[in-house]
Design a protein around this ligand. Structure first.
Ligand code: ADP
Ligand code: MG
Length: 264
């Protein structure tokens, strides 16, 4: 059963510090995420959202609990295998961008391919493909520092996308952007979900952004306090490009609906 979930986590606990300065950031959190879903992790600042995301994304290890990613038990994997799994299956979009400032936009985008060991020519080809998709091809040679906030976040999305990941984790992806620019970045993320079936896990305290997701997981003081029901993994595993899935999604999916309406 568990292999139907991209992410299947049970009883995650995580503390920072020790002794009297110990802080229990997660106190037993279980989360299941199916392929193709968009899931918001919602809660106030300090509630444990980023800690949870870091565990789910294999950026950090839980003190307690079990975690399966793409059918593999994280604990059973070597550090190297975890790094490979993360690099292959996941893309990351953080509020703070984390771009390398004095390196070109293209070099920033293709970094995950370099880590994966792809050859230089193929890397650049794939990088330009992604930059073209994000309407940033003309900025490929620019240094990242020369870009606006919205352009930077599009470069970050390009870097997240370049490995054709199964899941994109976004931690407050619009937190450093003005409303209009943030909306563009949100639209890009949801379009990637719709057109390529990329699973989105979005950490946010923005209720409007959370409401755009299929599902919301509310966190308070390191615990899940409210959880909208998961779709059955078997059901959501249907390929998003499949015509049957497409027509079935059309009446309920606002975006698909409006596209169909526009064509009529
Ligand atoms: N590296 C750390 N060391 C000590 N405390 C931390 C660390 N990271 C997070 N915390 C604490 O854990 C709690 C949850 O943090 P975080 O997961 O970042 O919350 P959120 O993303 O919801 O704002 C906060 O009280 C925070 O101060
Ligand atoms: Mg956070």
């Amino acid at each position: 059963m568990s292999s139907e979930w991209v992410i299947d986590a049970h009883g995650l606990e995580k503390s920072y510090g020790s002794g009297t300065s110990r802080f229990d950031a997660l106190k037993g959190v279980s989360v299941q995420i199916a392929a193709g879903e968009t899931v918001a992790i919602v809660g106030k600042s300090g509630s444990g959202k980023s800690t949870l995301m870091h565990l789910l994304a294999l950026l950090d290890e839980p003190d307690q609990g079990t975690l399966e990613v793409a059918g593999q038990t994280a604990k059973s994997l070597s550090k190297r295998a975890v790094n490979e799994l993360r690099n292959k299956e996941f893309g990351f979009v953080f509020q703070q961008f984390f771009l390398t400032p004095n390196v070109s936009v293209l070099d920033n985008v293709i970094l995950p391919l370099k880590i994966a060991g792809m050859g230089g020519k193929e890397r650049r080809r794939r990088g330009m493909e992604v930059l073209t998709q994000l309407e940033l091809a003309d900025k490929a040679g620019n240094k990242a520092t020369t870009l606006s906030g919205g352009q930077k976040q599009r470069v970050v999305i390009g870097r997240a996308l370049v490995n054709a990941p199964r899941v994109i984790f976004a931690d407050e992806p619009t937190g450093n952007l003005d409303t209009a620019t943030g909306a563009v970045v949100e639209d890009i993320l949801f379009e990637l979900n719709r057109s390529q079936g990329i699973t989105l896990v979005i950490v946010t305290h923005d209720e409007e952004l959370a409401a755009r997701c299929d599902r919301q997981i509310y966190i308070r003081d390191g615990l899940v306090v409210q959880h909208t029901a998961a779709r059955s993994a078997a059901h959501s595993a249907a390929a998003p490009t499949n015509t049957e899935a497409h027509s079935a999604a059309a009446p309920t999916n606002a975006e698909a609906h409006s596209t169909a309406g526009g064509a009529a």
